[in-house]
Design a protein around this ligand. Sequence first.
Ligand SMILES: Cc1cc2nc3c(=O)[nH]c(=O)nc-3n(C[C@H](O)[C@H](O)[C@H](O)COP(=O)(O)OP(=O)(O)OC[C@H]3O[C@@H](n4cnc5c(N)ncnc54)[C@H](O)[C@@H]3O)c2cc1C
Length: 305
Amino acid sequence: MRRRSHWGWGHEDAVLSAEQARAAAPGIAEHLRMAVADVEEPVALADVRLPAPRVAPPPGLAAICSSDAHARASHAWGRSYSDVVRGFHGRFDFPPDVVARPRDERDVEAVLTWAAGAGVAVVPYGGGTSVAGGVQCEIPARLNGAVSLDLGALDRVLEVDAVSRAARIQAGAAGPVLEEQLAAQGLTMRFYPQSFEFSTLGGWIATRAGGHFATVETHVDDLVESVRALTPSGAWESRRLPGSGAGVSPDRMLLGSEGILGVITEAWVKVRPRPRARSSAGVRFTEFDRGAEALRAIAQSGLRP
Ligand SMILES: Cc1cc2nc3c(=O)[nH]c(=O)nc-3n(C[C@H](O)[C@H](O)[C@H](O)COP(=O)(O)OP(=O)(O)OC[C@H]3O[C@@H](n4cnc5c(N)ncnc54)[C@H](O)[C@@H]3O)c2cc1C
């Protein structure tokens, strides 16, 4: 199975080799107008020093848990520029003690039950593309350790309501696998953040992500119909209604919650038929402002490119 890089974006087998980086360096240096003395190489995983794990999972959870160096290092940071630079230099300040990979909701519940009893923090982990420190396991001293709860295996489209154009999807589904399953039914969620390759439905909801590669409904808030989450004190689920004006919107509790209120396990989201035709054109503007004005005019014209 392909492994993600323990420090940077993408998979280990897609990281540039030292020779490739050296060959690319002069062009990059010229383009960015900066002097490059030599190409630095990332600290290899074998040379990374992590503190010993403070806690171990109970035997009943051993099958879905790992405390090996790759699991702990690759779940230690998000993927902001500073995260990547620290990981590149082999610096992992808050590695999780355990990485748990639940196969279903029952596993999520079992991890939460153990962690609550053992005084261990649980940090939900979707695609790990956070740029706001959301996945790092920096915990208060009163806690005994931290588990990174990787939802990646919960990646199925569970149900499609073709009449109302909605789908019930597991929270760990990353952009490509989610769209691939919807495409098999001629549908799309049409939500394209720049981190689409690795970020997940649960992460989009927990961070109130925006899909900047589309127009009109570009905020995940616009697409969520209901959310289901597990918390240490039980399941939480909002009702899927065509519309509601009753009181405070319950979905807002989870939208933007950054994992602090519960583990989102699935959600109903709006979907639409995939486009049947596609056409694109490039237009060159002499000045940046004129290009921005043209984009605004198109966006405000009622066209939905
Ligand atoms: C190169 C790059 C491009 C990006 N482009 C965009 C963009 O276009 N638009 C945008 O909005 N953001 C963007 N981001 C930021 C990031 O991708 C988004 O915040 C994204 O929604 C995070 O999703 P994730 O699955 O990777 O979540 P993670 O990074 O794994 O987690 C983010 C937060 O959500 C919580 N969380 C994750 N899953 C769950 C769950 N199932 N239940 C409860 N809490 C959960 C985590 O604990 C954490 O607090 C980009 C980041 C990078 C590095």
